[in-house]
Design a protein around this ligand. Structure first.
Ligand code: ACO
Length: 330
C-alpha cells in the first residue's frame, strides 16, 4: 500500500485571545502556575459562532491551498468532541456549505487522537481506486463544555479549527492505533439525560460509575491522564517507527497533540530524542483537542519547515482513553 501526501492545509482560529491574566480574574490561579505546569500563555476563545463556521473556513482554505475546488473532494472526515448537532453530522453540514457535491461524509469522535485516526482512515480509503482527495477537518469549540469554575481544567482549553487535503503519496506510511476504554472515566463530558415519553428521566451518572459532575461540562483527572499520556505517546511513536522499519532518529518532525509541554518534554526524554524534533505551539493555543495536530501542520507548512521526503510522525492521545501515531513522508 502507498503512503499519503498532505497537499493543502487551512485554519480558522477565533480572534478573541484569553491570556493567563484573564483567567486570574475568573479563578484563583497565576501566570506562573499555568506557565510552569502546562506551557500555556494564551488560547483563542469562540465569539459564540457555531463550530461549523470555523470548519467551513479552514476547509475552504485547505482546498484552495491544494489547488482544488470543493467538487474535487471525494470524502470529508470531520473530527470533533464538540459538534454543533447530535444530528446531522458536521461533515454533512460542511459538505453542503462548501459545495463538495461529490464527497461522502463521516464524523469521528476520537478526541485528541482524532487526526491520527482520520489520517489512517484516509490512507485506507485512498488505497482503493475510487477516491483521490480526502478532506480532514478538525474543529473544536471546547469553551462550550469547559467548566470555568474548575481551575485545574479551564485554563487548559482553547477553540479552533484546521483542515488538510490528503491524497495518495509515494513514501512510506505506518500507523499504530490503540485505546484503553477502562480509563473512560478519566476524561468525560456527558450528553443528554436519558428520558422519553414512557419513563421518568434517568441520570447517566447512576449507571456509568464515573461519579457526579456538572451536566455537559468536561471532567478531567489531570494526574491520571498525565500518567497515561507520558506512557502512551512514546509507546505509539516507537510502535509506528518499528512498523515503518525506521529508527526514532530517522524521524525528522514529531507533531504531537498539544496538551501540556511537560508531556512533550517527558516523551522526548523517554525516547532519547532532542526536543527540537517536537513542534510546539501550545503556548499560543492551549489544548484544542482534535484541531491541535492539523493546526501545527498548517503552521509548519506556512513556515516551510517540511522538505520533500521528510519523515513526519503525528501522535495524539486523549479522552477514551485513546492514542495513536502515524508516520508518513512529506
Ligand atoms: N492554578 C493554580 N493552582 C492550581 C490550578 C491552577 N489553574 N489547577 C490546579 N491547581 C492546584 C491544585 O489544586 C493542586 O493543589 P493542592 O496541591 O493544594 O491540592 C496543585 O495545583 C497541583 O494540582 P495537580 O492536579 O496535581 O497539578 P498537575 O501538576 O498534575 O497539573 C495538569 C495539572 C496541568 C492538568 C496536568 O495534570 C496535565 O496536564 N494533565 C494532562 C492533561 C491532558 O493531557 N489532557 C489531554 C486530554 S484532553 C481531551 O481529551 C479533551
Amino acid at each position: 500500500m502507498q503512503g499519503v501526501s498532505i497537499i493543502g492545509t487551512g485554519v480558522c482560529i477565533p480572534e478573541k485571545v484569553a491570556s493567563n491574566e484573564d483567567y486570574m480574574k475568573i479563578v484563583e490561579t497565576s501566570d506562573e502556575w499555568i506557565t510552569t505546569r502546562t506551557g500555556i500563555k494564551t488560547r483563542h476563545i469562540s465569539d459564540g459562532s457555531p463550530a461549523y463556521l470555523m470548519s467551513v473556513k479552514s476547509a475552504e482554505q485547505a482546498i484552495a491551498d491544494a489547488g482544488l475546488t470543493a467538487a474535487d473532494i471525494d470524502l470529508i472526515i470531520h473530527t470533533s468532541v464538540t459538534p454543533d448537532y447530535v444530528s446531522p453530522s458536521m461533515s454533512c453540514v460542511v459538505q453542503g456549505l462548501i459545495g463538495a457535491v461529490n464527497a461522502a461524509c463521516i464524523d469521528i469522535n476520537c478526541a485528541c487522537a482524532a487526526f491520527v485516526y482520520a489520517l489512517d482512515m484516509a490512507r485506507r480509503y485512498l488505497a482503493m481506486d475510487d477516491m483521490k482527495h480526502i478532506l480532514i477537518v478538525g474543529t473544536e469549540l471546547l469553551s462550550k463544555i469547559t467548566d470555568y469554575e474548575d481551575r485545574s481544567t479551564c485554563v487548559l482549553f482553547g477553540d479552533g479549527s484546521a483542515a488538510c487535503v490528503v491524497t495518495a503519496g509515494e513514501g512510506l506510511f505506518s500507523s499504530y492505533l490503540g485505546a484503553d476504554g477502562k480509563g473512560a472515566h478519566s476524561i468525560f463530558a456527558r450528553n443528554f439525560p436519558i428520558e422519553n415519553a414512557f419513563i421518568a428521566s434517568k441520570r447517566l451518572e447512576d449507571f456509568d460509575g464515573f461519579g457526579e459532575w456538572k451536566e455537559h461540562k468536561l471532567y478531567m483527572d489531570g494526574r491520571e491522564v498525565y500518567k497515561f499520556a507520558t506512557h502512551a505517546m512514546p509507546e505509539a511513536i516507537c510502535k509506528a517507527a518499528e512498523r515503518a522499519g525506521i529508527t526514532l532518529e530517522e524521524i525528522d518532525h514529531i507533531v504531537a497533540h498539544q496538551a501540556n509541554i511537560r508531556i512533550l518534554e517527558t516523551a522526548a526524554s523517554r525516547l532519547g530524542l532532542p526536543f527540537d524534533k517536537f513542534y510546539v505551539n501550545i503556548d499560543r493555543y492551549g489544548n484544542t483537542s482534535s484541531a491541535s495536530i492539523p493546526i501545527c501542520l498548517h503552521e509548519m507548512k506556512q513556515k516551510d519547515l517540511f522538505h520533500k521526503g521528510d519523515k513526519v510522525c503525528v501522535v495524539g492521545f486523549g479522552a477514551g482513553l485513546i492514542y495513536g501515531a502515524a508516520i508518513f513522508e512529506w
